[in-house]
Ligand binder design. Structure first.
Ligand SMILES: [Zn+2]
Length: 285
């Protein structure tokens, strides 16, 4: 089943795409269209409905937030049909061009990415449409290429997967909590009110929602760091903080999504930081 729901916010057209081989979609993906600029291209499993939805629409530019399969799935289709300029981080570009295999749960929900001969440009200083100017801001942590787009005059933040929720309880493998904290701090230096999230848009109080998320992340990070400094390992830290693994999710995703990944990302960063500190210490001796 492929589904789409279209709504508006001011001049921004919002598309919510769902896809599932059987029954109702488990998770939906949001794409945004603004004066010929398309932000992200949805999952390949929704291609039929994506094609139909954008029939007759003008698309001159495409900007990609990051390489995950639910955000770039139809880039090849848009490139071939509309010949837009496609902007992305070099890492996203590589993934789009070379394609990649996905895990069975990702295949089921979103679909794999096939290699495609697509020309991708690096982000300009500003992405410009007729009436709007969007500033690309590199915000790694959820993925190394993650980039958000800010329309400062309107107070709009096209945030990819940087927001999603104020309380994230588990991580995908490779996510970095410390980097996400730095990235949230980076966007909080700007003013905005609307979060055009890749999954759950928020039409007001965007900045305070990000502040909430930052507080939650910093508390979580601080607790894990201090327990780790006391010599506790992953299991002991999870037990002390009463963090329970969500086993069905861990199993269903072949270990790709888990509570432990979130805790571990703090441990890995702390190990890296202390190694770097030691190196500096040795150098200054
Ligand atoms: Zn993502």
């Amino acid at each position: 089943m492929q589904t789409v729901k279209k709504t508006f916010f001011d001049k921004v057209e919002i598309f919510k795409f769902g896809s599932a081989p059987i029954g109702k979609p488990v998770m939906t993906v949001r794409n945004y269209w603004l004066e010929g600029l398309l932000i992200d291209t949805a999952q390949i499993n929704a291609r039929k409905i994506v094609k139909k939805t954008f029939e007759g629409k003008t698309i001159t530019q495409v900007a990609l937030t990051h390489w995950h399969e639910d955000h770039i799935g139809n880039t090849d289709f848009f490139y071939e049909k509309y010949k837009p300029t496609i902007y992305a981080h070099p890492f996203t570009a590589k993934k789009v061009q070379e394609g990649f295999k996905v895990l069975p749960y990702e295949q089921y929900m979103f679909g794999r990415i096939n290699p495609a001969d697509i020309e991708v440009s690096e982000f300009p200083e500003l992405i410009i449409t007729e009436n709007y100017k969007l500033l690309p801001i590199h915000t790694p942590g959820h993925s190394i290429d993650h980039t958000v787009f800010l329309e400062p005059k309107q107070g709009w933040l096209f945030s990819g997967d940087l927001f999603v929720s104020t309380k994230i309880k588990y991580f995908r493998k490779g996510e970095d909590l410390g980097e996400q904290i730095d990235s949230i701090k980076k966007v909080l230096q700007y003013d905005f009110d609307v979060i055009f999230c890749g999954h759950y848009p928020q039409f007001k109080n965007g900045k305070s929602l990000f502040q909430k998320k930052l507080q939650y992340f910093e508390d979580f990070y601080g607790e894990v760091r201090s327990l780790y400094a006391q010599g506790k390992n992953l299991k002991e830290i999870m037990r002390t903080l009463h963090l329970k693994e969500v086993y069905w999710l861990k199993w269903a995703t072949f270990g790709d999504v888990s509570v432990a990944h979130m805790v571990n990302s703090v441990i890995i960063r702390e190990q890296k930081l202390s190694k770097e500190k030691n190196l500096v210490y040795i150098k200054t001796l």
